[in-house]
Design a protein around this ligand. Structure first.
Ligand SMILES: C[S@@+](CC[C@H](N)C(=O)[O-])C[C@H]1O[C@@H](n2cnc3c(N)ncnc32)[C@H](O)[C@@H]1O
Length: 217
């Protein structure tokens, strides 16, 4: 059984892959749970820093996992069919992707901030969002499954999401973000206020369309 909803969601998305590279593995929970559940056959645990990698080595002793101290993909010299990048800010994720432009494998990502910045990077750099799913685990998190390929996101999709799983978590998330932007609009002025009003409108339109049954997945 996975340990919390955030980790559980990442693990669920790994079903069917053979060898999964976990970048920034830290404790190693994702690979342990995916292997325990027989969702994957092998793991590659990697982290920028030695201490987290040591924790993963202890947790994953006797598991079919190899370990790398690596900045993103840079020192990984074995094949994998999917990579996880979770628990980092979007700017760090983008740096990791920029440093490995030859990436062809699928990505499971769960960045913890600036989701719009990441979507913009993906659409401008030949990545395709297969789906997004909102997870609630004390905070809202966006899980992405990404493939290599072309997509063209509108400004509205860059903010509100693309191929999002429409469920009660997504609707709670929309309501939460709408409240957040309503507050920001109230305390802002001039150009900033107009920019925030635009984003607020995007979220309200998406929620409205869901309630009207326009958006069906
Ligand atoms: C907050 S932990 C996230 C752990 C786990 N992935 C999760 O989602 O629960 C972030 C980890 O990413 C590692 N990290 C940060 N930048 C990295 C990079 N460029 N390459 C590899 N690992 C990195 C950190 O050392 C840390 O162990």
């Amino acid at each position: 059984m996975a340990r919390n909803k955030r980790i559980q969601a990442i693990v669920e998305a790994l079903q069917g892959y053979h060898t999964v590279l976990d970048i920034g593995t830290d404790h190693g929970f994702v690979l342990k749970d995916a292997l325990d559940l027989n969702y994957i056959q092998k793991g590659i645990a990697s982290d920028l820093r030695e201490k987290p990698l040591q924790k993963a080595k202890e947790l994953l002793k006797n598991y079919p996992v190899t370990f790398y101290q690596s900045d993103g993909f840079l020192s990984i010299d074995v094949p994998f069919d999917a990579a996880v990048i979770a628990g980092m800010g979007s700017y760090t994720v983008i740096d990791i992707l920029k440093n490995y432009p030859e990436l062809k494998e699928d990505l499971i990502m769960m960045p913890h901030d600036n989701i719009d910045v990441l979507r913009r990077y993906l659409t401008e750099n030949n990545f395709m969002i297969d789906y997004e799913k909102i997870i609630y685990d004390r905070h809202f998190y966006t899980l992405f499954k990404i493939k290599r390929g072309k997509m063209m996101l509108s400004e509205k999709e860059i903010h509100t999401g693309f191929h999002s799983v429409i469920d009660s978590n997504y609707i709670s998330y929309l309501n939460y973000v709408i409240k957040h932007f309503e507050h920001l609009v109230q305390v802002s002025k001039n150009d900033k206020k107009r920019y925030l009003e635009n984003i607020l409108t995007y979220y309200k339109e998406v929620l409205h369309d869901i309630h009207d049954g326009v958006t069906i997945y």
